[in-house]
Design a protein around this ligand. Structure first.
Ligand SMILES: NC(=O)c1ccc[n+]([C@@H]2O[C@H](COP(=O)([O-])OP(=O)(O)OC[C@H]3O[C@@H](n4cnc5c(N)ncnc54)[C@H](OP(=O)(O)O)[C@@H]3O)[C@@H](O)[C@H]2O)c1
Length: 342
């Protein structure tokens, strides 16, 4: 099959090659073969290509995890049949252990993170959902416990995860304040955010404290999709005493920066206040997709009903995968970058 493959670590533009006759070496344990129609990019995809050494991950590897497509073959007990239109994710474990991704004509999976595609979504729209949508869903609802009336600050609301976080928080009835640049404010308001705050203003932290520092306007939860240490340190100024700060990220450049930011944030929790410590509970959250089949089912229902909608920044042809990586690597995508495979 045709597949984008990397055989060593490096910049996607240098190491990713379109191979004409590639096959995965170890798929016998994965009972469902999918003809990929569309695949979406995520920052973890380029971080894996650039940063993770071969000693840790299988190479050669096909990148990316989010796909929508048609079941080509499956076992009789898989819950699917050939011809079903589906969307879902390759697991991170399969990606790391066996190099199985979805930027290819076919991919292989099990039914843990696979559901039928709602008929009202295109394949590109469906592919844009799983990793970002499930991350937002599990962090806000399962880990953050938000509910109707919760006050939520979404930091980084115009990115792939942020656009889902705003919509999911609104779907459960939360009040949502969302940080984004001025250029993204209309998009984010259109997704339901009650207020937007320009993160590029000169005194962002001071203005958050001034605007949301009173007892009635403080937040129950900060969902940080960017990984801003200074936002966490300032959070006692605008988070309730019962509130918390959940982060999924660090600035999306290198694995090293990610670890450093998480370490800084975590260590602020254990420092005494007079040494710059922070009292707001802090948690780093990771998506464990294999446990989230029920969440994907719920999201598919919301998508079908129109409660939430996909947000696509840009679509590329299969031949233009390097251009798709250029776009996501810019850090400026508004919503998801999607590749139409066939
Ligand atoms: N822990 C997990 O399980 C998990 C899961 C998914 C994602 N992640 C991580 O979460 C991060 C975000 O992922 P993503 O898919 O949303 O990335 P993305 O789509 O590439 O994010 C790009 C967006 O971020 C906005 N942005 C950049 N800097 C900002 C800032 N300082 N404040 C507010 N907005 C800012 C940009 O808006 P402007 O252009 O307007 O600046 C742009 O719209 C990545 O680091 C990713 O690796 C972690």
């Amino acid at each position: 099959m045709r597949a984008w493959v990397y055989r060593k670590s490096g910049q996607p533009s240098q190491v990713l090659k379109l191979e004409q006759d590639y096959s995965f070496s170890n798929v016998s344990h994965l009972p469902i073969k999918i003809r990929v129609k569309s695949a979406a990019l995520n920052p973890v995809g380029y971080k894996a290509i650039k940063e993770i050494p071969s000693i840790v991950t299988h190479k050669p590897a096909v990148p990316e995890q989010d796909f929508a497509g048609i079941v080509e073959e499956c076992s009789s007990d898989s819950g699917f049949k050939p011809g079903d239109e589906v969307f879902g994710m390759n697991s991170a474990t399969e990606q790391i252990k066996n190099g199985i991704g979805c930027m290819a004509e076919f991919t292989h999976t099990n039914s843990a993170v696979l559901v039928k595609k709602p008929a009202n979504l295109s394949f590109a729209e469906a592919a844009s959902i799983p990793l970002a949508g499930l991350t937002a869903y599990t962090v806000l609802i399962k880990q953050g416990g938000i509910k109707a009336g919760s006050r939520v600050l979404v930091n980084g609301s115009s990115g792939g995860v942020g656009v889902m976080a705003v919509q999911i928080a609104k779907a459960v009835g939360a009040y949502v304040v969302a940080t984004c640049s001025e250029q993204s404010a209309s998009l984010v308001k259109g997704l339901g955010a009650d207020e937007t705050v320009d993160y590029r203003q000169s005194d962002l932290l001071g203005s958050l404290t001034q605007k949301y520092g009173s007892e009635t306007s403080r937040f129950d939860l900060v969902f940080d999709a960017i990984g801003v240490h200074s936002l966490y340190k300032a959070s006692p100024g605008f988070v309730k005493s019962t509130g918390s700060f959940l982060t999924i990220s660090a600035p999306a450049d290198t694995i090293g920066t990610t670890v450093k930011t998480f370490f800084q944030m975590g260590s602020s929790l254990f420092q005494p206040k007079w040494l710059g410590g922070t009292s707001v509970p802090f948690k780093m959250c990771w998506l464990e997709a294999e446990k989230e089949h029920d969440s994907l089912v719920r999201m598919a229902k919301w998508l079908e009903e129109g409660t939430i909608k996909p947000v696509i920044d840009s679509e590329y042809s299969f031949e233009d995968v390097p251009k798709a990586y250029e776009r996501i690597l810019s850090g400026r995508a508004k919503g998801k970058v999607v590749v139409n495979v066939q």
